[in-house]
Ligand binder design. Structure first.
Ligand code: MG
Length: 203
């Protein structure tokens, strides 16, 4: 399986990092070794002094597809979860300055903790899903799927022009504003519609 991540999908987050609002989705990938299943801790990597959390809704792909049209894109994901797109922001800044790829800042081991998933039928409105993140029991990020620049269908259609989607692939759909650093001994809790989905210790 592979993990596809959308960048700059919320206007306020693009602004907070001084990035332009994109005309087309921006995506990058993390390998399977980035995945942390719910319940396991995140170990702070030794190559960064500024690891940031980015809470994101995550789609679970349920069907093989290439060149998927927007119209049928909704049939290619069956479940929604929540995850953290951990980012070594100091390393990423250097990559950006040098015009280099982001992998060492984004794709490192453990950089993608993901919750259990909720079937899409359990959501009353997929374009109005509230989610949030607490750091040490204080809310630091709040988002709603309706605020995304590119919705789930647009993301699936765009990504599948370039990359075949396979069953079990995950798509991180972008983070709202409020990203910030974590430190060893911090705790992160991620919620969908007020339900705790992820409880993650930083070690
Ligand atoms: Mg992100």
């Amino acid at each position: 399986m592979k993990i596809i991540c959308i960048g700059r999908n919320y206007i306020e987050h693009a602004h907070e990092l001084n990035n332009p609002v994109p005309a087309e989705p921006v995506f990058f990938m993390k390998p399977e070794t980035a995945l942390i299943r719910a319940g396991l801790p995140f170990f702070y990597p030794d190559f960064s002094k500024d690891v940031h959390f980015e809470v994101e809704l995550v789609l679970h792909i349920c069907k093989l597809g290439k060149h998927i049209s927007e119209k049928f894109a909704h049939t290619y994901y069956d479940k929604i979860g929540i995850g953290i797109d951990f980012t070594a922001r100091d390393v990423q800044s250097i990559c950006k300055q040098k015009g280099l790829p982001w992998e060492i800042a984004k794709a490192f081991d453990g950089s993608a903790p993901v919750s259990k998933f909720i079937s899409r039928e359990n959501f009353a409105d997929l374009y109005d899903i509230n989610f949030s993140l607490e750091k040490n029991n204080e809310t630091v990020q709040k988002g709603n799927s309706g605020m995304m620049i590119f919705n789930f269908e647009k993301i699936i259609a765009y990504v599948s022009r370039f990359v075949t989607l396979k069953i079990g692939d995950l798509i991180f759909t972008g983070t709202p504003a409020g990203v910030g650093p974590v430190s060893i001994d911090d705790n992160l809790k991620a919620y969908i519609e007020g339900k705790k989905m992820l409880d993650l210790d930083i070690k």
